[in-house]
Design a protein around this ligand. Sequence first.
Ligand code: PLP
Length: 380
Amino acid sequence: MNDETVAIHGHDYADNLGSRIPPVYLTSIFEQIGEANKSDRGVDLKYSREENPTVRALEKALAKLEGSEDSLAFSSGMAAINAIYMNSLSSGREAIVTCEAYGTTIKLLQTYAKFGIRPRVVMPNEDEILRSVTGETSFVFVESMSNPTLKVLDIGKIKEGLREGVQLIVDNTFLSPINYKPILAGASLVVESLTKYISGHNDVIGGMIAGSSERILDLWETRRMQGTILSPFNAYLTLRGLKTIGARIAVAQDNALKIAKHLREHPKVIEVLYPCLEDSPYYEYVKRNFRGCGSVVSFKVRGGRKEAIDVLRHLKLIIPSPSLGGTESIMTYPILSASSSLSDECKRTLGISENLLRLSVGLENAEDLINDLDNALSYI
Ligand code: PLP
């Protein structure tokens, strides 16, 4: 089946009342008389910190979309990432992360230094990543499309060059499984912040890990101990949002391309970063490997910090806020938000500058968004 269909039917839920829509199992306990009921992955269904049928329905749909054997849903993207760190690392080992990864992903890894783990932060470049790997490396953590400069990494190439035993962890949040499936390119585990395209309505915080049944069962134990399962209600909202992911992403990407082309011609804009623009250095790779580029467009305005903040201040429709991938268009100022903790060398080398703005294009009418941008840009 194709992804749009999987997103709607992939949860496989059916009960003896004929409901084909997974209900919200708002229960912390399941009756225990003799043998516990088992969920389809073979774990006991007895306590919702461990396993819950609404969450399970979501996990089944997500695993199919990612092309993985199984998946695990968490209370946030960061809870999912922390579960991987906690589960995979031990004292004396090292972990590699790219310098343009989500700032909190890097910071969290750096806090593991106090347990004797060596975090290594490297440039987001395939050769550089592979050169950094040593016999002590547990995993390499990369983003399939980076934030905020929307660089694209060749996951297949990294996988090919990695020595055996080193896990390749891919955060696919900026693309979503609709646009790219890192598992099929050889990733050991895939992380998604469900908060973004997958739930899609700016009303849920959640995370997911996809991988082999064996690795997911091991991570299930970590989640059970940490108490970081997604709540049943947020699982329900995410399943609801997931049904329309194909249609939402199609509209948002269409809007994003129109806006990227408009901004490229705008006299107050000096650079537009969007890999689906024909003059992007990633265009050929993207055409061959991705279904689309997502709906985040970054751009540099003429001027510096004052001008960038002036644009944010004069938006009327687009919301100045963090996050991406939802129905509402949102603009962030990376240097003061997600990228604030990145090293100066990383910011300088990758062009994360004072005049850079990141726009997550939503599902509003493209003309209304362009008018809002033009109006805000007219103040600088
Ligand atoms: N990964 C990426 C690429 C993100 O942008 C974010 C949040 O913005 C996260 C992970 C963390 O996800 P969450 O906010 O759901 O914890």
